[in-house]
Design a protein around this ligand. Structure first.
Ligand code: HEM
Length: 407
């Protein structure tokens, strides 16, 4: 049970205001401050500056006080003026959560990654779900693909699986990314979204039609991030302990069931709650209703790849349905909200190039292009030491365990 749920329960017992409590439980995100206040322990009640020293005086309005000598003012104003980092060029707006992956089926004959070592094994992880084209502050309910990115903190390093809620992508040449993103984001002259640019790209690059059909279908506006599935799209090379290779696509099928929102309703909700999907995920986890997904692999042997009459590595195509085994692997469960959105979600660096032994990655040009682009974006957005930031670092599972102990 989440801390906020317990706190709200205790408040209820003490105050007896059941109606207010039911309201608070229905939207924990709206009452985060109340829950936070209740959670502060006695020893943390002293206001301190960032070196831990207690603040002697808060106000700056004495005539003879020189602001430059006021450590509290300097410390707090400089943290505030520098608290923004560049937003992601794409997938700018997202929601994150922590959880774990638990193996339910043995796939070691395909893959030796520590993550899949034995049935029952649990590996901590963080996810980031996102809209793909919207800027910060925009609605969660635009019609577009959603990002589905997972960082598994394995003993052999972090494995980042950076996919979509659709099983295919727009094109297979990474060079198109620049023109594509510019055509989908706001027009660089007018600063408004340009429907002509979007449809120019679609019509001039016919291979994008498959992905656009997914987006213009019902799943183009998922009802929050819990009710969508996730797909690696790329075909990964998996290696077992004998050095043998197989090729697989990863699918994360939602256990909540797929649910979507019709366009008109999405517009109405957007006008009132632009953060609908972020709120939905936060509240579900805060209320102890932990969302989960079942991971499957769709597998091909080397021989099948060689004989296939289509390109199994083409990210614009599905594999023919039912031809290749779809094997269950385990459950992905989210059970902890970020303790700080900026530290845990804005600063997460999901990079498809983060691979681990046993997962050699997808052998295709798109993937090569992605590995370069994400590294460059994250060096710019977070600095070259971004893998030392706690959420990107292997120390994170230890922090998660410590944090749960503190609760
Ligand atoms: C299969 C195709 C692709 C998928 C599924 C995909 C998915 C994603 C997702 C989910 C994110 C957000 C990651 C997060 O939550 O932090 C992202 C960000 C990004 N993507 Fe892609 N993408 C694809 C293709 C590409 C290509 C071809 C390029 C460029 C060559 C590219 C460049 C980027 C960049 C620069 C970011 C921002 C990274 C950051 O600032 O942390 N992506 N993509």
């Amino acid at each position: 049970m989440r801390l906020s749920t317990i706190i709200l329960g205790v408040v209820g017992l003490v105050s007896g205001v059941e109606d207010d409590l039911a309201f608070m439980r229905s939207d924990p995100a709206a009452h985060q401050l109340v829950a936070y206040k209740m959670s502060i322990k006695e020893e943390r009640k002293t206001l301190t500056i960032s070196n831990g020293a207690p603040v002697d005086y808060r106000d700056t309005n004495s005539l003879n006080d020189n602001l430059i000598l006021n450590p509290y003012f300097l410390d707090s104003i400089m943290h505030m003026t520098q608290e923004r980092i560049p937003e992601r060029i794409v997938h700018t707006k997202g929601a994150g959560a922590f959880g774990y992956f638990e193996v339910t089926h043995d796939i070691q004959k395909y893959c030796k990654a520590k993550l899949f070592e034995y049935i029952g094994k649990k590996t901590p992880l963080v996810v980031r779900f996102s809209t793909s084209i919207q800027d910060r502050g925009s609605s969660d309910l635009w019609r577009e693909a959603r990002g589905y990115a997972v960082k598994f903190y394995t003993e052999d390093g972090n494995w980042d699986m950076v996919g979509f809620n659709t099983p295919v992508y727009f094109y297979k040449d990474p060079q198109y990314f620049v023109g594509f993103v510019h055509s989908q984001k706001k027009n660089q002259v007018t600063a408004v979204r340009d429907i002509n640019a979007i449809f120019d790209f679609l019509t001039l690059r016919p291979e994008t039609l498959h992905e656009f059909l997914w987006i213009f279908s019902d799943i183009g506006i998922p009802d929050g991030y819990r009710r969508m599935s996730g797909f690696s799209i790329h075909t990964y090379e998996l290696v077992n302990e004998h050095g043998e290779s197989h090729f697989a696509r990863f699918h994360f099928i939602t256990d909540q069931g797929i649910k979507n929102i019709p366009t008109e309703l999405a517009l109405q909700i957007s006008a009132q709650d632009a953060d609908y999907a972020i709120r939905d995920l936060y509240n579900a986890i805060a209320n102890g209703s932990f969302p989960s997904w079942t991971m499957y692999i769709e597998v091909m042997s080397k021989e099948e790849v060689e004989k296939a009459d289509f390109d199994p590595f083409d990210v614009t195509l599905l594999w023919p349905k039912g031809h290749y085994p779809l094997l269950p692997v385990g459950k992905l469960i989210l059970n902890r909200n970020p303790s700080n959105y900026f530290a845990d979600v804005e600063k997460v660096a999901m990079n498809p190039g983060h691979l681990v032994p046993g997962i050699a990655g997808p052998p295709d040009k798109m993937f090569e292009g992605r590995v370069l682009a994400y590294k460059d974006a994250q060096n710019y957005r977070l600095g070259v030491n971004h893998n030392k930031i706690p959420v990107n670092c292997l120390c994170m599972p230890v922090l998660i365990i410590e944090m749960d102990c503190r609760l």
